[in-house]
Write a protein that binds this ligand. Structure first.
Ligand SMILES: [Zn+2]
Length: 198
């Protein structure tokens, strides 16, 4: 599963959802204290298991980063989404082009999703996060809140958009999180094209 972190980032790069050094993924296995997360600033096209940073979420929920390691600048967002997870969980953040474009054009992502069964049957779309700075505490807290992350580890939505920035998705593994983004990006592309024709 650790190998799939790099595979997913390469696929996201191929899709044009990130530029070379953007995007981040974290992974936490069931009952594990280790939070695997992509390093900051590393070229995502050449990311492999040996580059992944292994942080720890202690019993008291304190986050520990190993000395000399440089985890993703969005670590706090991943931590908030992962800290109470009860089963294996992957969190993927990228800048999926059509999703960001749809938000920029003023569309509500939950509303768009409600029109297309190929997404609403499999993916729960939460309200978009407002336009707050990348890497900020506000982005982390609002993303976690809009996903509906609970103290017992459950959550209400699989994906939320982040206005003027990107998207954050939760899955059972990195590919599962990727699929939520792919579905939403696809229907956003359809809606944007449909609006252009009108
Ligand atoms: Zn970002």
């Amino acid at each position: 599963m650790i190998t799939s972190i790099g595979d997913v980032m390469r696929k996201c790069y191929d899709k044009g959802w990130i530029t070379t050094r953007d995007g981040n993924v974290s992974l936490r296995r069931k009952d594990s204290k280790i939070l695997y997360i992509t390093p900051s600033g590393w070229r995502k096209t050449i990311i492999h298991p040996e580059h992944i940073v292994k942080c720890k979420i202690l019993e008291n929920k304190r986050l520990v980063t190993p000395e000399g390691c440089n985890p993703s600048g969005e670590l706090f967002m991943h931590y908030l989404i992962q800290k109470n997870a009860q089963s294996t969980r992957a969190v993927l953040h990228v800048h999926a082009t059509n999703i960001v474009a749809a938000m920029y054009a003023g569309f509500s992502l939950p509303e768009i999703a409600s029109h297309f069964p190929e997404i609403y049957r499999y993916t729960r779309v939460g309200a978009s996060v407002s336009s707050v700075p990348a890497l900020s505490e506000e982005l982390a807290i609002e993303t976690s809140d809009n996903l509906g992350i609970k103290e017992d580890g459950s959550y209400d939505f699989d994906i939320v958009g982040q206005k003027n920035h990107g998207v954050c998705a939760i899955g059972k593994n990195p590919w599962d999180a990727y699929e939520h983004i792919e579905r939403l990006d696809h229907i956003c592309e359809i809606v944007l094209k449909g609006t252009m024709i009108r």
